[in-house]
Design a protein around this ligand. Structure first.
Ligand code: ADP
Ligand code: ZN
Length: 744
């Protein structure tokens, strides 16, 4: 791509997928390179955009000219620009929108904060000094040689000399004084590509040897580092099986070869303890996540760009981190849905990690105890290699899992209590032994499922194989995928017992109940109401860790929580709530969640006990949890998912219409459905419009259409036409979600 091509394609951060053509004035010819940030006239104003490529042809009658280039160096390196373009194309959004998500705001806005930097000039090595103050000047040169370019104030302080010394050196051609952003905002690059500057990473060898399985995993990773090649690998192992240890060795292996590494963790796992564990072993790392202030983020980002650090640890958006010579990507807990961004650009960081690794030709390691069916399918097809850590390194083996069939419990007057006799018994045993317990309640059951309290039968849509939900307003049941409405039977269709239930799971009641059953036993609660901030969450967990609370009741958060050695007992209050979610992934998620919850028990000296209350103990998701074998879910679901073209045997796009006005949301959705039908692509099957399971959110009514297909490019074609057509329909907000994980 020659910079002398007369035009440039510019991405603007607006929700229009097109690139805009501008003329490159002669004086900007050298600096308008791909990745450069530019100022361009747009409409009646001026906008910031990004040069994506230079071009020879002129697609407009009269293209306007670029006004200015904003930064000294392009903001995006070529490899990131490539990833950004792929993301925009695949997730059907504009390149500008992806760039704005990829580069922290603080970095984008830091352009004006420049200071004076001093660096050695290329001829400094052969420089012959003379005269007064020669010692001080020699000191400065030595400092610069050792530490690379420095802000002038920092250099003067380190050399204990005045500014005149630097001025003399500059006059004599030994150093250069350059204006550049502060270190926080990217700083000054070393012209010699400061690959040797910055602290050398150090590794304290752990006081133990890797297990043979860990060794085999590390060897496999090293093998794909020499020479580097694209290879997706899945590190399968429960919590405590030594995955992090493998990550640390793999990162060390990449660093030893002069390459950098990127580690993605779910936001909730990015605690100071986790970061410290990495720092202790591999030296300085850049940390990137949303809880940092913009300045902190820019600082970490800048240190990567400056090549001062080569390892970044971060949440989802760190997939776009500018890692020098990236040689390895690690995605921990790769099954986590939080890797999918739920606002534009709706990318999935796990999937992008594989794309980025493929683009660069490097290995990528996906770690999980409970890989998604998509990942399992990639393994089954031989696309991904499995490295498995079958055992816990320390402590005890697997917890003992008991499925408690609530249908078999003695019947009493009134609704059955949330805590059954078996659960209470195990709880009492644990407390009497001086241990701690965790009780898990799935509260994501915002919608009422319809089920039989006697046999556990649950009403589902026969076409879509998802749970039907109850709608009180018209006393009907509804399928949130295809929109079919049915009346609710009064008797169970399976066992014909009258008294079918439409329940909403209980909530903080449990804390109360526990206090009544175990007076004087301190109970902690961790849910979205109590953990109002990250700090608050850490406090609740810390109190439990210190033993100040003996029982911890909580939602999803306790499932993903952290090690607490005193916990020997974990209770799941109602596993069926998760099964009753109107989502084709309900069974898969239930099994994953229950396995994670079970992983909380018995990590200390004593073995763990897990009690799962359910009315569907024979369901394969529960059986999978009891035997900790998620392959069971995959084998059971393969047929149905194949038949209904659900992932991993088909691809999905969700089109969500949101509007304050219910009718307008529906009309837009119907219009889009008409448009899709008009496209007449036989390989793509539209479903709906139907009200989304969360039919109203923040005052907006939500209606969705699902597009299913086994032909990814046909689906992409239809979805991109919808994405392009959407602004013309109405004022309704239309969201196109490629590979949706949440169908709520
Ligand atoms: P995971 O990331 O799978 O949860 P970790 O790597 O954190 O597992 O390991 C769990 C615990 O076991 C940690 O305290 C770790 O220091 C320790 N550990 C890891 N590998 C070994 C080993 N080979 N020998 C002894 N202890 C180990
Ligand atoms: Zn249906």
């Amino acid at each position: 791509m020659s910079p002398s091509l007369p035009y440039a394609r510019i991405a603007l951060a607006i929700p229009v997928p097109e690139l805009f053509d501008y003329r490159v004035p002669a004086e900007l010819d050298a600096s308008v390179v791909p990745g450069a940030r530019v100022r361009v006239p747009f409409g009646r104003g001026v906008r910031i955009g990004y040069c994506i490529e230079r071009s020879a042809e002129q697609r407009h009658e009269k293209p306007k000219s670029i006004e200015a280039v904003v930064d000294d160096a392009p903001l995006l390196e070529p490899d990131l620009l490539q990833l950004v373009r792929w993301t925009a194309d695949y997730y059907l959004c504009s390149v500008g929108e992806v760039i704005e998500a990829a580069i922290p705001k603080g970095v984008r806005e830091g352009k004006s904060r420049t200071i004076r930097w001093v660096r050695r000039s290329p001829t400094a090595d052969s420089f012959q000094d003379r005269g007064n103050g020669i010692e001080g000047r020699a000191r400065l040169l030595a400092i610069l040689a050792e530490r690379g370019p420095l802000p002038i104030e920092e250099l003067l302080a380190a050399g204990e000399v005045g500014e005149s010394a630097v001025k003399t050196l500059a006059k004599r051609g030994a150093v250069e004084i350059v204006r550049a952003p502060t270190r926080e905002f990217g700083g000054l690059r070393d012209p010699r590509g400061a690959s040797t500057s910055g602290p050398v990473p150090w590794v304290t060898p752990p006081p133990y040897r890797l297990t043979p399985e860990q060794r085999a995993a590390v060897d496999a990773i090293e093998e794909s580092l020499d020479p580097p090649r694209f290879r997706p690998m899945v590190l399968e192992g429960v919590t405590g099986s030594g995955k992090t240890e493998v990550y640390l060795h793999a990162i060390k292996a990449a660093l030893d070869r002069g390459r950098g590494a990127l580690v993605l963790l779910p936001e909730i796992s990015l605690t100071p303890q986790t970061v410290d564990r990495f720092k202790e072993r591999i030296g300085e790392v850049a940390v990137l996540h949303s809880l940092l202030t913009p300045v902190e983020r820019s600082m970490h980002y800048g240190r990567l760009r400056q090549r001062e650090v080569r390892v970044a640890i971060g949440a989802r958006s760190a997939i776009f981190a500018p890692i020098p010579d990236l040689g390895l990507i690690i995605v921990d807990e790769c099954h986590e849905d939080s890797y999918k961004q739920e606002s534009t650009p709706r990318y999935h960081a796990r999937d992008l990690s594989v794309v980025r690794a493929a683009q660069r030709g490097i290995p990528v390691l996906l770690g999980s105890a409970t890989p998604s069916l998509e990942t399992q399918e990639n393994i089954a097809r031989g696309r991904y290699t499995v490295l498995s850590l079958p055992r816990r390194v320390t402590g005890h083996g697997r917890a003992h899992v008991e499925l408690v069939d609530r249908r078999a419990e003695p019947k009493r007057e009134g609704p059955p209590p949330m805590l059954g006799p078996k659960l209470i018994l195990r709880l009492r045993e644990a407390l009497e032994d001086g241990d701690q317990a965790v009780l898990f309640l799935n509260r994501r059951g915002f919608a009422r499922r319809i089920h039989c309290p006697s046999c556990g039968f649950q009403l589902s849509c026969t076409d879509c194989d998802i749970a039907l939900t109850y709608h009180k307003r018209d006393d009907r049941s509804l399928c949130h995928y295809c929109g079919t409405v049915r009346s609710v039977p009064t008797a169970c269709p399976d066992c014909s017992m009258p008294g079918i239930r439409r329940t909403l799971p209980g909530t903080e009641k449990i804390e109360e109940t526990l206090t009544a059953i175990f007076p004087g036993v301190p109970v902690g609660r961790l849910d979205r109401d109590t953990a109002t901030s990250g700090t608050r969450m850490q406090e609740i967990l810390a109190a439990f860790r210190r033993g100040e609370t003996r029982i911890l009741v909580g939602t999803q958060m306790v499932a993903k929580g952290h090690d607490i050695p005193g916990v020997t007992m974990v209770g799941v209050i109602d596993a069926d709530v998760a099964l009753g979610m109107p989502d084709f992934r309900a069974a898969e998620r239930t099994a994953q969640l229950l396995c994670q919850v079970a992983g909380r028990a018995g990590r200390g000296e004593k073995p763990g006990r897990v009690v799962i209350q359910t009315r569907q103990p024979d369901h394969y998701a529960l059986q999978a949890a009891a035997s900790q074998d998620l392959g069971l879910v995959r084998r059971q679901e393969a047929t149905v998912r194949r038949l209904l073209k659900y992932p991993p045997y088909g691809f999905l796009v969700r089109i969500l219409c949101e509007d304050g006005d219910e009718m307008r949301a529906l009309q837009t959705a119907e219009g889009l459905r008409h448009f899709i039908d008009g496209a007449g692509v036989a390989a793509v099957q539209p479903l709906g419009p139907a009200p989304a399971p969360m039919a109203k959110l923040r005052g907006r009514h939500r209606v969705h259409i699902l597009l299913k297909s086994q032909d990814r490019s046909a689906l992409h074609g239809v979805a991109s036409r919808v994405a392009r057509a959407k602004p013309r329909w109405s004022t309704t907000k239309v969201i196109v979600d490629v590979d949706p994980t949440s169908l709520m």
